[in-house]
Design a binder for this molecule. Structure first.
Ligand SMILES: [Zn+2]
Length: 328
């Protein structure tokens, strides 16, 4: 027998919508189940198969729990602030509010036509004031508690678009939007002091029913590291160079020192360096590399320029050795 699946889908999707069967009920006596997926960015291109892949497993569990008599909260929302919308707004001279609303409408239609059983009555949109006022509130609370700070970092920057790009949007050293060479620019950015919670986060993984490799990824992401800060004396300079090492026991064997080409000492002590031209040329070359390229240590030839001018001294052996630059 041949079935018309499209017609069957339509019929039942209409029935689900009419009876609001995916709605979580406030104050219900049933046992609770909360399923959460990563909210999509509502791009103009609409959904792709990655969304379906990412949401289907929690979808299956949510449906099963409903059938088992749970009061299921399976929400959906849109993480809607972002560069693609901004750029599209400029390009088409359309208000980003309209673009975002249109894209969300498109995504919602697509999510429903796949059959995802989200509670659409609770949909959130991060660009609505009643949502982002709480993001701002949380940020202020963290700021008051000293859990937020500003520091410098290198970012991928497109000098043409005048925007900071993610590693994904600057692959091959080219801006994804206009194809201009991306440069590395030092910028003040906000950091959250999640390291304060490293122990708590690690403890939270104990007894958690996750696959071991996922747990290990979490451990790596939390990135707790035990080590020591060590000061290296710099010959001819009144400042010391502080480094961090997880293996202070190997300090005797240190024979050379690597610093980033953008290290502030380079500019501060440029009058002591005899080969500044080489260094500046190397710095310009490095600015074209993404952070990803610069920090990939595996199977990569190391590059660098020797700093002719000041030496570091091994704090254990007292031996002098020279600075050299490298790509990290
Ligand atoms: Zn660009």
């Amino acid at each position: 027998m041949k079935h018309n699946f499209k017609a069957i889908e339509k019929k039942w999707q209409a029935a689900w919508e009419k009876d609001e069967i995916f709605k979580a009920v406030d104050g219900s006596d049933k046992p609770k189940f909360y399923g959460l997926v990563e909210f999509p960015y509502p791009s103009g291109a609409g959904m792709h198969v990655g969304h379906i892949k990412a949401y289907s497993s929690v979808e299956v569990v949510s449906r099963k729990r409903r059938m088992q008599g749970y009061n299921v909260l399976f929400p959906i929302g849109f993480d809607a602030f972002g560069l693609p919308t901004e750029n599209y707004a400029v390009k088409t001279n359309t208000h980003p509010r309209k673009i975002t609303d249109d894209n969300i409408k498109k995504f919602t239609t697509q999510l429903k036509s796949v059959g995802f059983s989200f509670d659409y009555s609770r949909t959130i949109d991060t660009t609505q004031e009643d949502y982002y006022k709480w993001t701002q509130w949380i940020f202020l609370k963290m700021f008051e508690k000293g859990l937020v700070f500003r520091d410098k970092t290198l970012v991928n920057y497109c000098p043409h678009c005048k925007v900071v790009l993610s590693n994904e949007d600057s692959q091959g050293g080219k801006c994804d939007i206009c194809d201009t060479d991306v440069i590395q620019k030092e910028k003040d950015v906000w950091y959250l002091r999640i390291t304060e919670y490293a122990d708590k986060l690690l403890q939270g993984l104990d007894g958690l029913d996750f696959p071991e490799n996922i747990k290990q990824q979490q451990v790596n992401w939390i990135g707790k590291s035990k080590g020591a800060f060590v000061n290296f004396t710099l010959d001819g300079i009144d400042k010391k160079l502080e480094i961090y090492t997880t293996r202070p026991d190997t300090l005797c064997g240190v024979t050379f020192m690597v610093i980033a080409p953008e290290h502030p000492y380079i500019d501060e002590y440029s009058d002591k360096i005899s080969n500044m031209d080489d260094i500046l040329a190397y710095r310009a070359e490095c600015q074209k590399k993404s952070e990803f390229e610069r920090t990939q240590l595996v199977s990569k030839d190391k590059t660098g320029v020797r700093v002719e001018g000041f030496d570091a001294i091994n704090p254990i052996t007292g031996k002098r050795f020279q600075y050299t630059f490298q790509i990290t």
